[in-house]
Ligand binder design. Sequence first.
Ligand code: NAP
Length: 247
Amino acid sequence: MNPFSLEGRRALVTGANTGIGQAIAVSLAAQGARVTCVGRRDCYETVALIEKAGGKAESLLLDLANPMAGQGVFAGEGYSILVNNAGIIRRDDSLSFTEADWDAVMDVNLKAVFFTIQAFAEAALEQDNTPAAVVNIASLLSFQGGIRVPSYTAAKHGVAGITKILANEWAAKGINVNAIAPGYIATNNTAALRADPVRNKAILDRIPAGRWGASEDIGGTAAFLCSPAARYIHGAVLNVDGGWLAR
Ligand code: NAP
């Protein structure tokens, strides 16, 4: 058996209409998973990409600004893979940072992640002897402080923390819980940084690989972490950063 195969698995990926989430959905489908592509907007482009490549996918509208939006999605549906990718960022100095920008980021990037996993695990644990995997998309700011993004940094440190506590709780029950910490990846999320010549150069100068990451770099890692090849990996926060943290 191919240890990287996801044949027969059903997966749900949040924020799958664009960027890293889209690449993850495409990678899981390429390994044989049937993928539910979740967005607050329709994920028709991702579904079309997957179907064109011969895979299976569907779109589901969920707005994770309501952190409980995932309740009722998993029960009885046969999901064994969840990727929590949806995320937002708000930039301001800490002295002027607003409660609204704190709450918005914490709700989508941390509270929704925890409660979506809770709903997924409740259903997955009902499916006796079926291995299951959760992959959370963390960040370099799960380890570092960052600049002008206090709620994002707090939420991503929290994502690393819940990845570990849930791995402790469920490793013996057949659920692998892990996270990926992407480095600087060229997506909408980083458009402002790439457009700023000073920040862009400073970032590139520090990346040993000498380039921005591509969403596909994260897609392949996620597919691996969901596969039987990764069955002894629990509670890891895996850096996929072109060497940034090794520097
Ligand atoms: P992106 O292109 O902005 O994509 C973010 C995704 O999250 C989009 O699909 C977005 O949907 C979705 N989303 C946002 N709010 C949502 C909500 N309330 N309900 C449902 N979906 C929602 O950014 P990205 O770079 O691909 O980011 C994906 C993940 O990687 C995020 O968790 C981000 O923090 C993390 N990350 C990115 C980088 C990087 O360098 N790009 C580095 C480290 C970590 P809309 O299109 O409707 O907004």
